[in-house]
Design a protein around this ligand. Structure first.
Ligand code: MEV
Length: 317
């Protein structure tokens, strides 16, 4: 049995701390963000070949351009190999998650697409099947993913994660505001991840020290979060940005946005995600400062800003 239309959705993710070092087994703190989302619809096609409509491309699945190779792979593997659907389908992908900006757009599209196909085929989808299929798509999109982006697609709460499978929910007591500034420049996660790998493989001492330093910063950040020490958390984030600069994954635009958030009174700021473009984040515990930080980010060149309140108070506390 197939449904007339299958639906799937997913949200974005924001890495608070630990990007890149997480690839080497370090801890990372990340937050699911539903302020932007992707929705996928799947239906039987009236044509004799499958089609796809998304922001980058409208046409036959078999002629999809290389930039969305991970999407092509997800369609082939999920629809044909896993679910055994051989009839042509139309895929309609609508997303407000900015693509290639470090907010998990590729993992979110894969997640929503897999969910839509399973919904269309009226088949149950387990968490481990979903994660496995997203991971295949992410390997094509990013090279050697840590699994963090995929995992965040299936989470509602902030988490601290260490590969392969150590996951703990994190609770932000009190309230903290997270401001995201989009540089408007495409992030190059795959290239950045491969570049860091080249440094680590060639025993580059500075890169190795930077990764180790970030691991320690993330562990301290976890303690700061548990104790609601937001000033300390901000300080650790800004230090993390410094080590990401050492790894060569920042950009002059991201550095300018980080500086402008700090000038506007943010407690801390750093790039988020793969870097080399994409987004940065800043935090404040003062609701009256949120708009000032956003305004300064726009003045410094941000194309868009988002604000998100982190206040997942543990009901047991
Ligand atoms: C990308 O969102 C985060 C990175 O740490 C890569 C990964 O974890 O797979 C740069």
């Amino acid at each position: 049995m197939m449904k007339l239309i299958g639906h799937g959705r997913s949200h974005a993710k924001i890495i608070l701390m630990g990007e890149h070092s997480v690839v080497y087994g370090g801890p990372a703190i990340a937050v699911p963000y539903s302020g932007v989302e992707v929705h996928v619809k799947v239906k039987a096609s009236e044509l004799d070949k499958s089609t796809v409509r998304c922001a980058f491309y409208e046409g036959l699945v078999e002629e999809m351009p290389d930039v969305i190779a991970s999407l092509y792979h997800t369609i082939r593997v999920t629809a044909e190999k896993t679910l055994g659907i051989s009839s042509p389908l139309d895929y309609i992908i609508e997303s407000t998650i900015p693509a290639e900006r470090g907010m998990g757009s590729s993992a979110a599209v894969a997640c929503a697409l897999i969910r839509a196909l399973y919904d269309f085929a009226e088949r149950p989808l387990s968490q481990s099947q979903l994660l496995g299929l997203i991971s295949e798509a992410e390997t094509i999109a990013h090279g050697s993913p840590s699994g963090l982006d995929g995992l965040l697609m299936t989470k509602k709460n902030p988490v601290i994660f260490r590969r392969p499978q150590e996951i703990e929910n994190l609770f932000f007591k009190g309230s903290l505001y997270l401001i995201v500034g989009d540089s408007g420049h495409i992030g190059r996660t795959k290239e950045a991840v491969m570049d860091v790998k080249r440094q680590i493989d060639s025993q580059d001492a500075k890169a190795k020290e930077a990764i180790e330093a970030i691991d320690q910063l993330v562990l301290s950040a976890r303690e700061a979060i548990d104790r609601c020490q937001w000033e300390q958390l901000g300080h650790l984030m800004t230090k993390d940005h410094h080590f990401l600069q050492v790894l060569g994954v920042s950009s002059k635009e991201l550095d300018a946005l980080v500086a402008s958030a700090l000038t506007a009174g943010a407690l801390g700021a750093k790039l988020t995600g793969g870097g080399r473009g994409g987004c940065m984040i800043a935090i404040t515990d003062d609701p009256d400062r949120v708009e000032a930080i956003r305004a300064n980010l726009i003045k410094a060149g941000a194309k868009t800003t988002y604000a998100h309140q982190l206040h997942t108070a543990n009901p047991l506390l």
